[in-house]
Design a binder for this molecule. Structure first.
Ligand SMILES: [Zn+2]
Length: 378
């Protein structure tokens, strides 16, 4: 096994686009946190595990010494300009491919094609289930039309971008304790009417009814494509304890398609158990890798305790800053390498097994799951 997994390609199975414009220091720091608020007065977002990782690992990609002060890093960003900064960081991530969630603030971000071009890797799209419903409503569909029209609208959205997966952000909307079974006709119709009645602005709807969310999830699952589910920490509009993936257990028992639990931290051990229990459940620790910085190895070690190795995936959840796509890959390679090297040194694992498992988690499992390589038998 290569010491730092440098030769292991990574398939980033969940990320977003990047901001194309030059950023002020305030805007850059806002990209280093999930918080919607500025840091406490007199402090900086650079004083975090992620912030120190930016100074350690991103600075050399921009020709600066490792650990250069944050101000130098930002000045160098300004000199190089956003396209060159993005090209350097995304190619340095050495990705085999990217799966891009195009449903979150797409108007302000460079999309999948541009992102793939900068990364010199193929990019494919993931369709958000909630966005498809909200677009229908914003276009004037009433409650009955939403229920009747959603399945075809979803199929059309998937066809339009040749999507490889669908995704739900139910964790942000109501939490993951969705009903195990989808609602039936009268119950669904009543839920749709109730939800419409409490939308403050029909032009900007927000799908946040548990039965309607279970309805869109059901139609996502019926496509047969993998369903990605945000779980665990994220923006503060989620309530953390309601994003525990174990709350999905009833739904997972009846899900007719693969379910991919994204992020999961601090419930990554619960997610590992769910993958252990259900062969159609997959997981990553996405966002937790860049945000835990030098401690990412500890998180990865905990996932490897119980999760079957064929059901583990890699993602960065990079959003806005290409530093996040790069750090996700860099810290994942370093963290996984530290864990696997330790096991080999203890003579618990053979080097060949460590190498094989690293390649499975890095890209092999994702290729098989998303059918990205037709020659790869399932
Ligand atoms: Zn995301």
């Amino acid at each position: 096994m290569a010491g730092r997994l440098d030769d292991v390609g990574l398939l980033d199975q969940h990320c977003h686009g990047i901001w194309p414009q030059p950023l002020s220091r305030t805007a850059f720091e806002a990209g280093l946190t999930e918080s919607a608020d500025p840091p406490p007065a007199g402090t900086t977002r650079f004083d975090s595990a992620l912030g120190l990782a930016v100074r350690r690992w991103c600075a050399p990609v921009l020709d600066l010494p490792a650990h250069a002060p944050a101000g130098d890093d930002l000045a160098r960003r300004g000199e190089l300009g956003p396209p060159e900064v993005a090209r350097r960081l995304l190619t340095a991530a050495r990705l085999d491919g990217l799966l891009v969630d195009g449903g979150h603030r797409p108007d302000e971000l460079l999309g999948p094609t541009a992102l793939g071009g900068l990364a010199a890797a193929p990019a494919r799209e993931v369709v958000r289930l909630e966005t498809v419903a909200e677009r229908l409503v914003a276009a004037g569909a009433g409650p009955a039309e939403l229920v009747a029209g959603y399945p075809e609208a979803l199929r059309a959205a998937v066809r339009a971008v040749d999507a490889v997966a669908v995704k739900t952000v139910a964790a942000y909307r109501v939490g993951l304790d969705l009903p195990a079974n989808p609602p039936g006709g009268a119950e669904l119709g009543a839920a749709a009417r109730r939800w419409y009645a409490r939308q403050p602005d029909p032009a900007q709807p927000r799908l946040d009814d548990p039965l309607l969310l279970r309805f869109v999830v059901e139609h996502g699952l019926r496509l047969g494509l993998p369903l990605q589910v945000h779980a665990g920490f994220g923006d503060p509009d989620l309530t953390l304890h309601r994003s525990d993936p174990a709350l999905l257990t009833g739904l997972l028992r009846v899900a007719p398609a693969p379910v991919v639990l994204l992020h999961n931290y601090p419930y990554h051990r619960q997610a590992a158990y769910l993958a252990h229990a259900f062969p159609h459940v997959y997981l990553d620790v996405g966002l937790a890798v860049p945000h835990t910085g030098a401690r990412a190895a500890a998180v990865l070690a905990e996932v490897l305790e119980l999760a079957p190795f064929g059901q583990l995936l890699y993602s960065s959840d990079g959003f806005g800053l290409p530093e996040l796509h790069f750090l996700g890959a860099t810290l994942f390679r370093r963290g996984l390498s530290a864990v696997l090297t330790g096991l080999v040194e203890l003579r618990e694992w053979a080097p060949a097994d460590a190498d094989r498992v690293a390649r499975m988690i890095g890209s092999g499992n994702a290729r098989r799951l998303y059918r990205l390589d037709p020659s790869h038998s399932p």
